[in-house]
Design a protein around this ligand. Structure first.
Ligand SMILES: NC(=O)c1ccc[n+]([C@@H]2O[C@H](COP(=O)([O-])OP(=O)(O)OC[C@H]3O[C@@H](n4cnc5c(N)ncnc54)[C@H](OP(=O)(O)O)[C@@H]3O)[C@@H](O)[C@H]2O)c1
Length: 295
């Protein structure tokens, strides 16, 4: 029976991955308490003890702005840990599945980023994630890296949808950035794509990078309006009356943000034989699930 080891089990993606990975083999799901990715010895010990056939690395340092003041921790978790996972994977004959980000790009494109486009990260988080990709490519010959973007899920601590629901309950007016565009992507759909790739893996080693997001394009402003419209329809308590679009310059953040973050999903659509749902369809499903879970 295939043995799968998942890191970051309590994250938004980690939680949606678990039910989809369980039918694929014996799943060992570890959170930060059981496997701290900033601790190289713990990583080596966990992998040599469990000897998985497949490692799925959903653990990451994801606090983009905080990373600017904690570069060492961000690099340890996002840059060094994937390289150590890759070394161990090579030693025990495992395949490594890793999750990366649109933040490896600088957002200067005006058409969707393909896997062939050159990365050029702007902040500490993006640089640390790119270092993780390089560490994997340098240390093992059997890996899949899935880059995704604008992630939100029903579970996990924080995301844009949950922030909008909270602010929409507290305030009547809100300003939201309208000149950054990307594709809101539901963790359930990302997890399904990952599980679909795993279920159809050939036996031979692979070295692949894929981009996966939901389909379509939106600005954060469009996304916030959609959250409020869908949430209203589902009966969420909301006080919000007006949302105003503002430029990035009026919402300064410690880490720079890519202005254009759309990823091309052509390559993964061919591999999976299916296209992802449109982002707003998935947003509605997530909010429906979130409403049920919090009823
Ligand atoms: N969120 C986004 O918008 C976005 C966009 C593009 C790509 N991604 C990528 O998608 C993947 C999944 O992200 P997500 O949104 O699910 O993030 P998330 O909800 O923040 O989950 C990450 C998980 O990793 C854990 N973690 C943090 N430091 C750790 C450490 N030292 N050792 C072990 N685990 C640690 C976190 O635990 P604590 O919460 O307890 O710290 C959390 O459970 C990541 O690779 C991320 O870079 C995310």
């Amino acid at each position: 029976m295939t043995k799968l080891l998942l890191t970051g089990k309590n994250g938004q993606l980690g939680q949606d991955l678990q039910p989809l990975l369980t039918p694929l083999g014996e799943l060992i799901a570890l959170g930060k308490e059981e496997l701290d990715l900033s601790n190289p010895e713990q990583i080596r010990k966990a992998l040599h003890t469990h000897q998985p056939d497949l490692i799925i690395n959903a653990g990451a340092y994801t606090a983009v702005d905080q990373a600017e003041s904690e570069p060492e921790l961000a690099h340890a978790v996002n840059g060094d840990a994937p390289a150590i996972l890759a070394q161990c994977a090579e030693q025990i004959g495992a395949r490594l599945f890793h999750i990366s980000t649109d933040y490896v790009f600088d957002g200067q494109n005006n058409q969707p980023y393909t896997e062939q486009d050159s990365p050029n990260p702007m902040g500490v988080y993006g640089k640390s994630k790119l270092a993780g990709e390089a560490g994997i490519q340098n240390h093992c010959h059997n890996y899949i890296i899935v880059r995704t973007a604008w992630v939100y899920g029903t579970y996990g601590k924080k995301n844009f949808v949950k922030t909008m629901l909270r602010l929409g309950k507290e305030r009547e007016e809100l300003n939201v950035v309208s000149d950054q565009v990307g594709t809101p992507s539901w963790t359930h759909d990302i997890a399904q794509a990952i599980a679909g790739l795993i279920a159809n893996l050939p036996r031979s080693p692979l070295q692949k990078i894929y981009h996966f997001t939901n389909s379509g394009v939106a600005s954060w402003y469009d996304f916030s309006l959609a959250v409020f419209e869908e949430a209203q329809g589902l009966g969420f308590p909301l006080k919000i009356e007006r949302v105003s679009p503002i430029p990035t310059a009026d919402y300064p953040t410690p880490a720079p943000r890519p202005l254009y973050s759309v990823l091309s999903g052509e390559k993964i659509a061919k591999a999976l034989g299916t296209r992802p749902p449109q982002w707003r369809v998935s947003l509605r499903k997530m909010l429906t699930q979130f409403a049920k879970e919090n009823a």
